[in-house]
Design a protein around this ligand. Structure first.
Ligand code: SF4
Length: 344
């Protein structure tokens, strides 16, 4: 029989489980403690629940953790993990250690619907939303779990296209009954889905990173088909009118394509459309993907672009590429091969 997974449930959902099973009211909080504050692997280890309660719980539920099935290691120390999810699909997760921090980059979907033309995940199409369990399992089952200091939702998929499960996972990460992480340790990246960006801003306190890539509508639409019905200008308006507190950060991601979006006209337009938004810009080197005509400008040109943005009052930094040799860098994650149906 297929059992439901406890790991990945919010406190409210656990209260619902306890009610349904007629367990005492305090059991939900105890279960949350075992799931998110202690490192147990089975329901039987929840030793402050009576044996009878654990038996009742085990009839319909399991803990629901699963280890990665493969690992690739980059020469720069970045690791890429492959996780199997429901329906025999796969997702990838990157672990990026630095001097003073260790970041996990999680996936929120298997594949992606957004079809950005510079992205391998976009090329593989969409195979499904991840549950909160599958999002958080990437974090909890990571061998380096204990060393993690930061988390970014920048892996496979568009997080705001799976908003309810993403919000649940954030609730568990930041709730004091959950992992108790500060929301400032977590960044959610989006193409800027206007249908759910307000919900995200209102229901979470985590940082937001918006993929911009061009300030010109037509050009952005060529890079990111979502622009057609989801104009970046409307998204910027929502952001401009939102009351960000001093702790919360809004940033824009900008992949630099040589001779395309790296001109003085782009800098001028960026300054114009971002006017009035307290933000920073992350400039990202384009990582080549098969069948793509795009190339990345050299480092000198990238630095010049950064300086020009800074001169316009936009705080810009160049993001160091990590894990390119193992396909773990920005835009390279793909489980197209693994997700293909097995040949009979
Ligand atoms: S860049 Fe992000 S939103 Fe665009 S296709 Fe890739 S995973 Fe999807």
């Amino acid at each position: 029989m297929h059992k439901e997974k406890l790991y990945g449930k919010t406190l409210n959902e656990l209260i619902g489980v306890a009610k349904r099973l007629k367990l005492p009211g305090f059991a939900a909080k105890q279960i949350a403690d075992w799931l998110y504050k202690k490192e147990i692997l089975t329901i039987d280890e929840m030793t402050n629940l009576s044996k009878r309660m654990r038996e009742i719980l085990s009839v319909d539920y399991e803990l629901g953790l699963s280890a990665p099935v493969n690992i690739a290691e980059s020469s720069d120390g970045t690791k890429k993990y492959l996780y199997k999810i429901l329906n025999d699909k796969y997702i990838e997760t990157a672990y990026i250690p630095e001097k003073e921090r260790a970041t996990i980059c999680v996936s929120s979907q298997s594949g992606c619907k957004m079809g950005c033309i510079f992205c391998m995940t976009g090329k593989q199409g969409f195979q499904g939303n991840l549950s909160s369990n599958e999002i958080l399992n990437q974090f909890r089952s990571l061998p380096e779990f204990k060393s993690l200091t930061n988390m970014v939702y920048m892996g496979m998929g568009e997080p705001l296209d799976n908003i309810s499960e993403v919000l649940k996972s954030l609730d568990i990460l930041t709730g004091e009954w959950g992992y108790g992480w500060s929301p400032t340790r977590i960044t959610v990246s989006t193409v800027g889905l206007k249908s759910s960006i307000t919900e995200f801003l209102e229901k979470s306190r985590c940082h937001l990173a918006v993929s911009l890539h061009s300030p010109f509508d037509e050009e952005r639409q060529k890079l990111m088909p979502i622009q057609r019905n989801n104009s970046i200008r409307e998204v910027l308006e929502i952001i401009r009118n939102f009351d960000f507190n001093s702790q919360r950060r809004i940033s824009f991601e900008y992949i630099l394509f040589k001779g395309m979006n790296d001109t003085p006209a782009h800098i001028k337009e960026l300054a114009k459309i971002l006017n009035g938004i307290k933000c920073r810009m992350n400039i990202i080197r384009f990582h080549h993907i098969p069948d793509s005509e795009f190339v990345s400008p050299d480092m000198e040109a990238t630095i010049r672009f950064r300086e020009a943005l800074n001169a316009k009052g936009i705080l810009a930094t160049i993001r160091t590429s990590r894990g390119e040799d193992i396909g773990a860098a920005c835009g390279l994650l793909s489980t197209l091969e693994q997700n293909k149906p097995a040949k009979t």
